[in-house]
Ligand binder design. Sequence first.
Ligand code: DAH
Length: 345
Amino acid sequence: MTDFAALETELLARVETSDQPRSVLRAPELKQLYAQIRDADDKAAFGASVNQLKQSLESAITVREDMLAQLDRAPIDVTAPMDVNAPLPQLAPAARGSIHPISREIAYIVDIFQRMGYVAESSREIDDQYHVFESLNFPKGHPARDDYDTFMTVEQDADGEPLIAPAHTSTMQNRVMKKYRDSLDHGEAIAAIVPDRVFRNEDLDARHEHTFYQVEGIYVARGVHAGMLIATLQTFLEEYYGQKLDVRVNPFYFPFTEPSFEFALSCPFCAGENDSCKVCSGEGWVELLGCGMIHPNVLRAADIDPTEYTGFAFGCGIDRLIMMKHQIEDVRHFESAKLDFLRQF
Ligand code: DAH
C-alpha cells in the first residue's frame, strides 16, 4: 500500500527548501508511482491519488517560485574579480576631512602624560552632586558651588538633587582615586589625567564658550609635595610648547586643594619682550590653570588616609593651551564647524 499522505508531506518539504522547486516533479518516488499505475488493482482510484499529489505539488511549486523570484539574486561569477560581482564601496576623498584640532591636541597631551607614567580616563557629560560637590569638599550651601552648577537637569540623583553637566573635570577625582586606590597598597602612585569636555553657562565671547575642554591631573603617593606639582606642570608645558619656559605660582582658593595655586607660565610668544603681545597683553605671563595639594577631606572621601599619603591635582583649560600654540584668536571657532577654520589643521 502506498502512503500518499506521508509521501506528500515529504515532497512538499523538499519543494519548500529547494532553490529549484520544479525539480521535485522529477523525484524518483514520483516516477515509481507513475510506473505503479499500470499494475494497480484499482487503476482509477490509484491514478486519481497520484494526480491529486501532483496538483498539490504544482501549487506549492508555484508559491515557492513566486517567492524565489522576489529575492533578486544576481548570479555571481566566482572566477571574476570581486568588483565585477559587486560595486566597490565609494570612499570620500580623505582631503575633505581632518582630525579636529581638539582631538589631535588631546592625543598629544595624553601622549606626554603617558610618558610621565600617567593613565588617561574619561569624564562624563552628566554627574551627581556627590561627585560635583561633596566629594570635592564643597559642603551643602558653600558659596563656591555657584561657579559649578550652571547647567542642571530636571532629573534627580539618589538624594533628590538635580543632576549637573560638569563644569570641570575635577568631578572625576573621587572616582579615579577609588579606581586606582589599590596601587597605593602596592607601593605605586595613583597617576591619572582626565582630558574631557566640560560645560558652563557663560556670556559667550572670544574667550568664553559654553562647551570647552579641560585636562585634570591627579597624583597621589607617599611624600608628594608642591615642588613635584610645579616640576610636573613645567615639564608638561615645556614639552607641549617645545621650548624652555618659566613658571610662576600665586596663592589662590579652591575648596578641594590646600594650599591652592594659580599657575602662570612665561609667554611662549614674547617672553615679556613685546608690550603689545596679543597672547599675554604685554604682561609676559599667562595665567593658565588651577592646582594645589589635594585637600585631606578629598583624600578621605576616596578612602585614602591623608596622614599616610599626600597628592597634588591640577585642572587646565585645553582650549586655551591650543589657542596659544596656534595663535587662535577666538575660542568659538572650535565648536563652530567652520570648514575654513578646521581645514587649517
Ligand atoms: N577645577 C578647577 C576649575 O575648573 C581647576 C582646578 C583647580 C583643578 C585646582 C584642580 C585643582 O584639580 O587642584 O576651576
